[in-house]
Design a binder for this molecule. Sequence first.
Ligand code: AMP
Ligand code: GLY
Length: 428
Amino acid sequence: MKVLVVGSGGREHTLVWRLARCPSVTSVIAAPGNVGMSPDAELRAVAVDDLDGMVSLAREEEVDLVVVGPEIPLTLGLADRVREAGIPCFGPGAEGARLEGSKAWAKDLMSRAGIPTSGYRTFTDYGKAIAFLEKGEGPIVVKASGLAAGKGSIVCADRQEAKETVRAIMEEKRFGEAGDTVVIEEKLEGEEASILAITDGRVLLPLVASQDHKAVGEGDTGPNTGGMGAYAPAPVVTGELMVKVNTRVMQPLLDILTTDGIDYRGVIYAGLMIDDEGDPWVIEFNCRFGDPESQVVLPLVEGDLARALLDAANGDLDPAALSIAGGAAVCVVLASGGYPDSYEKGFPIHGLGQETARENLIVFHAGTAEREGDIVTAGGRVLGVTALGDDIASAVDLAYSGCAGIDFEGVYYRRDIAWRALARGSGN
Ligand code: AMP
Ligand code: GLY
């Protein structure tokens, strides 16, 4: 089959890389894609939010499947448009994508479905939000309800900081209209994990659990980023916990979507907090594969992923279609100096290509571009250096030896990716 992958980041490079290795795939097109994908895909310069352009491309190329990477085109309804054109699409329609596009909607859905999540209130009125905060004390989390590139959730140490955050979001419009509605919720304690499940709207196929590193600094300090690295499997997610996630989170979510008449075909991403008792609480749902979680989850997936995504798109997924390889994967993100604040772009990247000679090392491109024959930096998160190993420790070693061979001006990366797993002393 011929597959069109929509997007241009590290997640989409991983999808392209993985799909191109499926027996059922004859060719892959990426739009707009990135230069790192060139060995595995033809690139087409169509922007992710150009729905007309994307549907025309899928039609002209007569693709058999469209796989949508990022949340923006999903919330805009790209999957609906592709399906209307008679082409199978892996990704929820605009209604289902509200799971990520409206935190207020997602919280209400969780509450109706009895899915464990923190207590919350939703406000569209600034004065009422402030009055609510004045009644309590202690830490609290303030969230812009709409899409804010992963930056719209602020964990506040006290009510004063929460009030200032509400003002920045609702009055100063720090996240534009994404902050017209705010969700104020209790702070959860524990260890985070990400679980991605593929669904055709009827059955669920959960993939291996992973852990992201959102903070920019070592020891999880400093401001949040899009994710500085990831590893899988995440030992905090035991087999017993995985059963709880399925019965308390994933299945009730799928059931309520079905009850509400939403035919959800794509990925359900559950961002979880695991408490001291080993119980899962949902921090958020996303409507797509995680980034950088994909970079560690997809290389561990065994089986014909493209066939499974096509079957999901057609409402005919076999929940046993894929399995997970033994061993582990670790991804270290190489970022531009200054990220997540302002940073410069356009620096030549040295040391690319070493991975082709090194088994189990893959360099996924996230923010790169080609300039006069050179590959240069073009984003905050530039590369995801990914390694496979028998266990987390050996994958960590290989990933960092890969990082050491790559250089560009101002390169920054965390040196402690997977520290929680290593601290448990579990090699795996
Ligand atoms: P989100 O944008 O909802 O993914 O949140 C970003 C990050 O903020 C999460 O990965 C958590 O680290 C933190 N966070 C969000 N909501 C909560 C919460 N209710 N309790 C504790 N931490 C939270
Ligand atoms: N890694 C966080 C996300 O994909 O939203």
